[in-house]
Design a protein around this ligand. Structure first.
Ligand SMILES: Nc1ncnc2c1ncn2[C@@H]1O[C@H](COP(=O)(O)OP(=O)(O)OP(=O)(O)O)[C@@H](O)[C@H]1O
Ligand SMILES: [Mg+2]
Length: 306
C-alpha cells in the first residue's frame, strides 16, 4: 500500500494471515530494522502490533525493486543504464557490509535477491526485507539453522547443511552481481523444462574471456568493458563454492570502488588473492592466462582491479 500525506510517501506491509511463522518474521524484521540506519538499507518509519493486526511502515521507494527493472514491469523500458547498475551494485554491497561489520550485533540478511533491493528516486539501492535475518552473537562465526531464502541465490553449504555465516550473503550477492550486469535470472527454465543456473551459463564465457556475451543486450553496447570485467571477477570470487575463500563484503566494496568508482584505491597485499590459483585451477583451465591479461592480481601483485 502507498500513502501520500503532506508529500511524505510511505509503504505499509500488512500481515495477511497471523501464522506463527509470519509473526516471527514480523518480529525479526522490526527488531533488525529498528537497530540499523544506513543510506543503503530501507528505512523503518514505524510499526503496529495489536490484536490480529501487524503493520510495518517504511519509506516508499518510487523506483520499486531491482527485479522489476531486470525482469519485471520496467524491464522493457531499460531505465537501468550502465552507471546506474554500477552504483546499485556498490550501494547494495555497502548496505551488506554495514550489516556484516558495523551493526552490533552483526547481522546476516539471508535473503539477498533482486526483489529485495529497492530503488529510491535517484535509483540508489536500499536493501530490504529482514524477516529471515539472523543476529550473530559476538565471537560466533557461523550458526546452523533451518534453510530459508530463495533458490538460485543459496550458498551450497547453507542449502545442504544449513550452515549460515556472512559468507552466505556474499554468495547471494555474487549471484546478484551477475544478474545486474547480464539481466539473466539466477535460475532459468530452458525450452523443454530443463533448468539452468546463472553460474552454469556464465562460466563458459568467463573461461573464454567472452565478456561481451555476458552483458545485458538491452544496454546496446553502452557499457565499460573494463568495469564489466572487474564486476564479473568480483562476482566469481563471491560465488566460490568454499565459504572461507569468498571475500568479505568490506573487501567487495573496496574492490568495486577501487576498480570502478571515482576513488581509485590500492588494496593492501594482505587482502591479495592467495587462494585464487587453487580455486580456479580446478574450474577454469585458462584462468591464469586470463588473470594476467585482465590484470587480476595474483599473490604477488597489489590488488588494483583497474
Ligand atoms: N518500501 C517499499 N517501497 C516500494 N515498494 C516496495 C517497498 N517494500 C516492498 N515493496 C514492493 O512490494 C512488493 C512486495 O514485497 P515483498 O517483500 O512482500 O515481496 P517480494 O520481495 O516480491 O518477495 P519475497 O516475499 O520473497 O521477499 C515487491 O514488489 C516489492 O518490490
Ligand atoms: Mg521482498
Amino acid at each position: 500500500m502507498q500513502a501520500n500525506t503532506w508529500n511524505l510517501q510511505i509503504a505499509v506491509k500488512r500481515l495477511k494471515t497471523m501464522t506463527a511463522k509470519a509473526e516471527m518474521e514480523f518480529a525479526v524484521e522490526v527488531e533488525v530494522l529498528g537497530r540499523v540506519r544506513h543510506k543503503n538499507l530501507l528505512g523503518l518509519r514505524g510499526f503496529y502490533a495489536g490484536g490480529d493486526e501487524r503493520l510495518i511502515v517504511y519509506d516508499y521507494m518510487p523506483n520499486h525493486s531491482l527485479l522489476s527493472h531486470l525482469h519485471g514491469q520496467f524491464a522493457t523500458d531499460c531505465l537501468l543504464d550502465w552507471p546506474k547498475r554500477i552504483s546499485i551494485a556498490i550501494g547494495a554491497a555497502e548496505g551488506l557490509a554495514y550489516l556484516h561489520h558495523e551493526a552490533n550485533p552483526h547481522i546476516i540478511h539471508r535473503d539477498i535477491k533482486a526483489s529485495n533491493v529497492l530503488l529510491d528516486t535517484e535509483f540508489q539501492a536500499k536493501v530490504a526485507d529482514f524477516g529471515f535475518a539472523k543476529l550473530i552473537p559476538e565471537g560466533v562465526s557461523h550458526l546452523t539453522t533451518r534453510v530459508k531464502g530463495t533458490l538460485g541465490y543459496l550458498a551450497p553449504e547453507y542449502a545442504m547443511w544449513g550452515k549460515v555465516s556472512g559468507s552466505c550473503d556474499v554468495y547471494s550477492y555474487g549471484i546478484l552481481l551477475l544478474e545486474i550486469v547480464s539481466a539473466k535470472k539466477p535460475i532459468e527454465k530452458l525450452p523443454g523444462g530443463v533448468k539452468r543456473d546463472i553460474i552454469q551459463w556464465v562460466t563458459p564465457y568467463v573461461q573464454k574471456g567472452n565478456f561481451n556475451h555476458i552483458v545485458d543486450e538491452r544496454l546496446k553496447g553502452h557499457f565499460d568493458l573494463e568495469q564489466l570485467i572487474s564486476v564479473i571477477m568480483v562476482a566469481m570470487r563471491c560465488i566460490d563454492s568454499s565459504p572461507e575463500k569468498r571475500p568479505s563484503m568490506l573487501e567487495v566494496v573496496e574492490w568495486l570502488k577501487g576498480g570502478i568508482g571515482k576513488r581509485k584505491k590500492d588494496i593492501p597485499p594482505s587482502l591479495s588473492y592467495k587462494t585464487d590459483d587453487e580455486k580456479y585451477e580446478g574450474n577454469f583451465d585458462d584462468f591464469k592466462t586470463m588473470q594476467s591479461r585482465l590484470k587480476i592480481p595474483s599473490h604477488h601483485d597489489k590488488l588494483k582491479i583497474r
